[in-house]
Design a protein around this ligand. Sequence first.
Ligand code: B12
Length: 214
Amino acid sequence: MSKEEMFKELSDAIVSCKQDLVLAVIEKAKSEGIAAPEIIEKGLAAGMNEVGIMFERGKLFLPHVMMASGAMEAGVKMLEDDMPTDAPSDKLGVIVNGTVEGDVHDIGKSIVSTMLQSSGFEVHDIGRDVPLQDFIAKIKETDANMVGMSALMTTTMPGQKEIIEMLKEQGLREKVKVMVGGAPATQAWADKIGADCYAENASEAVAKAKELLV
Ligand code: B12
């Protein structure tokens, strides 16, 4: 089976919520030497994106999305220990990452955290539906030099802007780089709210964090 066929099988298994099949295909992909980040992005996330499109078109409903999310999470968990450990001995920077208040979507945010961590950043993942002031508190506590904010809904995106305002009020904006992400975010949105960068996916997040912090 080619790499592409394997990614397609994995993506289809997510769409049909077949968790056992997801885990079996991951095992197969690992034994073929395919790297964990590639399995996540081209197999699992591709399937979840497909689920998103079908949900938007009314072709499937929320319980289906929840089951597919469960299969996706189990797959990511299985790959956590296989993330590359090419991290340098000195940490590249300290990043607080979370999903903003009112928003429970955390699959993509968690992938971003895992990839940043395995690339050598010290990551404090503060979870989902995080009160905005908790971002600021964690930044202070960890002396972070970057904050990552995920928002998957147009209704919760303004939280990203508010956190930037809070950073300014606390005199922290100069010290803390701001990275935004999540399906509705764009470069134009990042520019509009004064973030330092936007990343479309986890590998881009790693590249942009390195650009800004290293
Ligand atoms: C899975 C899912 C759920 C799951 C979430 C499970 C979980 N633990 O996360 C469940 C079923 C719980 C759920 C619930 C709801 N959902 Co929902 N959900 C989705 C769905 C289908 C997929 C999201 C996903 O996981 N994608 C896969 C991951 C890998 O991709 P990703 O999240 O985009 O992340 C990547 C990038 O965006 C980026 N990234 C992500 N975060 C960050 C952070 C940083 C710092 C950076 C740099 C990059 C980055 O990198 C990631 C990896 O490549 C989307 C559809 C979509 N098109 O996104 C709807 C969607 C986001 N949901 C939606 C809605 C409306 C809801 C509900 C309100 C449904 C309801 N009617 O009850 C609730 C929300 C409740 C709440 N208060 O939050 C809407 C939002 C619409 C809007 N207003 O904008 C969407 C767009 C679907 C739709 N068209 O209706 N949902």
